[in-house]
Design a protein around this ligand. Structure first.
Ligand code: SIN
Length: 521
């Protein structure tokens, strides 16, 4: 029996694992790939954190995060993020992460929705890779046990108390095992692979959220899949990202006539929050029957040195970013919702915790602010360990869980026939019918097709199916447009939907719960 089982190998899970091991806990890290292969390593832009509060302020970071989240952030969770974030970044630096420097301080850039340059980066545009490198080295230096290529199937529950007791998982040879732990953290990352066009690696299949949905754990806000406006338009998967930091350093989006169209759409033009840029781009693509737009980054000096990863991706396919406009289009990038937590990362199931993209800590609301995700993982991964250290065992009514009324049913999902389902059939369906622009007809079609499919035999595809179904159900129920959720048939934001669609209150459908007062204020 381990003190702590960490499921996932990205920034959130590994920062929790390192901290717990530093506290002398027995830790096991279980990851379905090898350590170091996670969505974290693909993060380009950086980590948003105010390290020098005289130049910029945590209050400004708070305001920008709340504005980007379009009414659905948990204000307390955002306070935690912006106030504790800088110390967590300093700890990461102490662990060995090296961020780019300029003069006597750190080089800072801007991205969409930020009112000041506050984004630290590493290796130019290889921030995630550097963060992952430092954390993997940190974990390897501890006594944590590491299981690579193990695939988690389910959360184990203690039969008498209902408390989480670890996980059931397949080893690399396909044999089933139970791994018992006093505390289990789900940190399995995102679900971009629900879509055919995504910046997420193949392993981002919503595993943690699917496990939570099956275990009766509270999940909410999964309709808020964020689409990154500037993925390189190219058949390779995942789509190479053209970081928002390019626009932070002067790049502009142009349409097929060369018009820099964002200037007419938002006061921040190309640095508007990501949902605004993605929606505007998607509308232009549909209205004009285009396959892609252009990102003009030709004004950026010394491109190759500042953005080496993007430079390589472009030059490999014959594009020179210092001369050529880069073809781009939106791609699924980050799910703002997920497994609901309180302010310490506790889920609705005692003994089960969640952090990182899998979790819904309330900091992202309806649209995550750029470069807040690595910070979210660092802050809430650490809070979980500190809470366990202080003897906490189950959730408090704080954060997103303040609004979760608990389960009111004892039913189970109707058992369906199991069969072979191609991952691509779900991905194509979701991209065609539940993408950036949605309406009742498209979502109804997606849900009907998902409901008619057998339950996928392959456990990873089954997770894609489970999360896609939840996403479409919530997107159908949310009859408004807000943040990253755009309904063509309900183009306006509505006061009737200032709240969350929770799963696992009712077995059949998501249930809407209005936000508590302090959040909606
Ligand atoms: C980017 O570099 O544009 C991505 C940053 C993020 O997703 O926060």
């Amino acid at each position: 029996m381990y003190d702590l089982l960490v499921l996932g190998g990205g920034v959130a899970g590994l920062s929790a694992a390192v901290r717990a091991a530093q506290h002398g806990k027995s830790v096991i890290v279980v990851t379905k790939d090898v350590l170091g292969a996670s969505a974290t390593q693909y993060a380009q832009g950086g980590v948003a954190a105010v390290l020098e509060p005289d130049v910029d302020t945590p209050d400004a970071h708070f305001d920008d995060t709340i504005t980007a989240g379009v009414g659905l952030c948990d204000r307390e969770a955002v306070q935690v993020l912006v106030r504790e974030g800088p110390d967590r970044v300093r700890e990461l630096i102490a662990l060995g992460a090296e961020f780019d420097r300029e003069g006597a301080g750190y080089a800072l850039t801007r991205e969409g929705g930020h009112s000041a340059p506050r984004i630290l980066h590493a290796g130019g545009d290889a921030t995630g890779a550097e963060v992952e490198r430092a954390l993997v080295a940190g974990v390897r230096e501890t006594a944590a046990e590491i299981r690579e290529r193990w695939f988690a199937l389910a959360v184990l529950a203690d039969k008498s108390s209902g408390r989480a007791a670890g996980i059931a998982a397949l080893d690399p040879s396909g044999n089933a095992h139970e791994i018992e732990a006093r505390h289990t953290i789900i940190a399995t990352g995102g679900a971009g692979q629900c879509f055919a066009v995504t910046t997420n690696p193949t392993l981002s299949t919503g595993d943690g959220t699917a496990m939570a949905l099956r275990a009766g754990v509270a999940v909410a806000d999964v309709e808020f899949m964020q689409f990154h406006p500037t993925a390189l338009h190219h058949p390779s998967m995942p789509r190479p990202l053209l970081s928002e930091a390019l626009r932070g350093e002067g790049a502009v989006l142009r349409d097929e006539e060369g018009v820099a169209f964002m200037a007419d759409e938002h006061p921040l033009a190309d640095l508007a929050p990501r949902d605004v840029v993605a929606r505007t781009s998607a509308r232009r693509l549909v209205d004009r029957g285009l396959e892609h737009l252009w990102l003009d980054a030709t004004t950026i000096p010394d491109f190759e040195r500042r953005f080496p990863t993007i430079w390589r991706a472009c030059t490999t396919i014959g594009l020179d970013p210092s001369k050529d406009w880069l073809p781009c289009a939106p791609a699924a990038h980050y799910v703002s919702g997920g497994v609901c937590t309180d302010l310490d990362g506790a889920t609705s199931m005692p003994g089960l915790w969640a952090c990182g993209e899998t979790a819904n800590s309330g900091v992202h609301g309806a649209n995550r602010l750029a470069s807040n995700s690595l910070l979210d993982g660092l802050v809430f991964g650490s809070r979980i360990v500190d809470a366990i250290e202080h003897g906490k065992d189950g959730p408090d009514p704080t954060g997103v869980l303040l609004d979760y009324p608990g389960r009111e049913f004892s039913g189970f999902e109707t058992i369906r026939e199991v069969g072979d389902v191609a991952r691509e059939s779900i991905q194509q369906l979701m991209t065609s019918y539940a993408g950036v622009l949605r309406d009742r007809t498209s979502l109804r079609h997606a849900l009907d097709v998902l409901n008619e499919m057998p339950w996928p035999r392959n456990p990873e595809v089954a997770n894609l199916h489970r999360v896609s179904t939840a996403l479409v159900q919530a997107a159908l129920a949310r009859e408004e447009s807000r943040g990253t959720h755009t309904r063509l048939d309900f183009p306006e934001m509505s006061d009737a939907f200032v709240g969350r669609f929770f799963f696992n209150i009712d077995p059949e459908k998501p249930v809407f719960v209005p936000l508590h007062e302090t959040v909606s204020a």
